[in-house]
Ligand binder design. Structure first.
Ligand SMILES: [Zn+2]
Length: 456
């Protein structure tokens, strides 16, 4: 079916770009408490855009933190599926400010890219969804029931979002969730994300003495927590880069043949990736490709160690306590609770008697995954293929976000319709939206609504 969305977007183009620029001028940095008023202003702006698009029941949703925004349009009939669109209206901090070619909250359009904080993450990607609905409503052709939830705290780890989902479970009920907050492999290599890794972190605290001891008087006869920390950290991986915690890999689900085949065709340039990372060599689990290491395999990284004295000169002590923090990135079907039990047992087994040890878990997000053969995923692939002219490859995201909670609490599959490009400078100076990707995203969002309506 010809949606005529392209003609509509051409006619409305100037207004849409002006709207995005107005939104980008609001410095809705959720990490800065003194910007809370701006995040509220951004929520109000979001609500006004949703209302102008023809959505109903528009409401700023208060939480224990910064507000999200809700809106819906539920007139496609009882047999039509209900699609929940997720986006976020808060943005990352802007430092280092001196690295921006133009001020972060004064958007400029240069060579077909709109530059400004939030252009791609996630105001631009949320706006093409809103405008796709607006265009279809203007033509009287919105074929699904649509709900929007636009979060205000995504960039600080969504601390209140799961509680919001629980509280609003009925209002947010849906058949499928569409998230536009991810990227594509390249403009001419369309791809869709099918899952995100989970995350769980632990602090390990060791205490060997009541207070630091003189290394001349006591050294050689008392336990040294720096040595203990080093031994534990070194023991986390074997010589082949594999995590040694027993059972760690037991729940890792193998890739399906379709995902395996798709991953094998992704044109990855390891040298370019290494240079982007700014490292001279790559490491990781033996026998695994770069993409497996960053997408589909679980990891363990020590993120910090604090023990003893490392200031100027020498302090002749045997320290009394030490700590390290470790993060595990998890893949389906690993679970933070299982990893917690295994890791804690692993630590306790290695700490000698007489040394006090405390393992503290921090956070925990389970991995998220939408099967590539799910009918909704097939619909997404069709929509992307229609706009980009090629079937998309399947990718994953190494990080984690609120998507797992969305899918779990609302019990619906999560689709990722993201148009960002790897060099759009997410979270970095000179963030941008390539506008050709924006217009394609708008068309693909419309096509996806049609494809989903055909699923019934
Ligand atoms: Zn984002």
């Amino acid at each position: 079916m010809d949606l005529h969305l392209g003609d509509w977007a051409d006619a409305e183009g100037d207004r849409i770009v002006a709207t995005l620029c107005d939104w980008l001028r609001i410095p809705s940095i959720s990490a800065h408490p003194d910007r809370a008023g701006d995040v509220r202003r951004s929520a109000d702006f979001t609500a006004a855009m949703l209302a102008a698009a023809g959505l109903e029941h528009v409401e700023v949703l208060e939480t224990a933190g910064l507000p999200s925004v809700y809106a819906d349009h539920l007139h496609a009939g009882p047999d039509a599926p209900t699609v929940l669109v997720y986006g976020h209206h808060d943005v990352q901090p802007v430092d280092p400010l001196e690295e921006w070619a133009s001020p972060p909250f004064e958007p400029v359009l240069v060579n077909g890219e709109l530059r400004g904080r939030g252009a791609i993450d996630d105001k631009g990607q949320t706006l093409f969804q809103i405008e796709a609905v607006r265009g279809l409503l203007a033509a009287g052709r919105l074929p699904v029931n649509v709900k929007f939830v636009v979060e205000g705290e995504e960039e600080i780890g969504s601390p209140n979002f799961e509680a919001l989902l629980e509280a609003e479970r009925e209002r947010l009920a849906c058949d499928v969730i569409v998230v536009s907050d991810t990227d594509m492999w390249a403009p001419d290599v369309p791809s869709v994300c099918v899952g995100m890794r989970g995350l769980v972190a632990f602090g390990v605290e060791l205490r060997t003495a009541k207070a630091d001891l003189h290394s001349g008087l006591f050294g050689g006869a008392v336990p040294n927590p720096a040595h203990l920390v080093a031994r534990l950290v070194a023991a986390l991986h074997d010589g082949d880069g594999r995590v040694t915690v027993p059972g760690f890999y037991d729940d890792v689900r193998p890739l399906t043949p379709a995902e395996d085949a798709s991953m094998a065709t992704i044109p990855v340039d390891e040298d370019a990736w290494r240079e982007m990372a700014g490292v001279a060599r790559l490491e990781g689990e033996g026998g695994r490709s770069l993409l497996e290491r960053i997408w589909t395999r679980p990891t363990c990284d020590v993120v910090g160690i604090a023990v003893g004295y490392a200031g100027a000169g020498v302090k002749t002590i045997v320290p009394a306590h030490g700590r390290f923090t470790v993060t595990f990135r998890l893949v389906p079907d690993q679970h933070p609770d299982t990893v917690e039990a295994a890791f804690e047992a692993w630590v306790r087994e290695r700490v000698p008697e007489g040394v006090a040890v405390e393992v503290t878990r921090m956070g925990g997000v389970a991995p998220a995954m939408t099967p590539v053969d799910h009918p909704a995923m097939v619909a997404l692939c069709r929509a992307v293929e229609r706009v980009w002219g090629k079937a998309p490859l399947f990718t994953r995201i190494g990080g984690s976000g609120p998507e797992e909670a969305l899918g779990r609490v609302l019990a619906a599959p999560v689709l990722y319709l993201g148009v960002a490009l790897p060099d759009d400078r997410f979270h970095a100076p000179n963030e941008r939206m390539v506008m050709d990707q924006f217009w394609k995203g708008l068309l693909a969002a419309g096509e996806l609504f049609v494809e989903l309506s055909l699923l019934g």
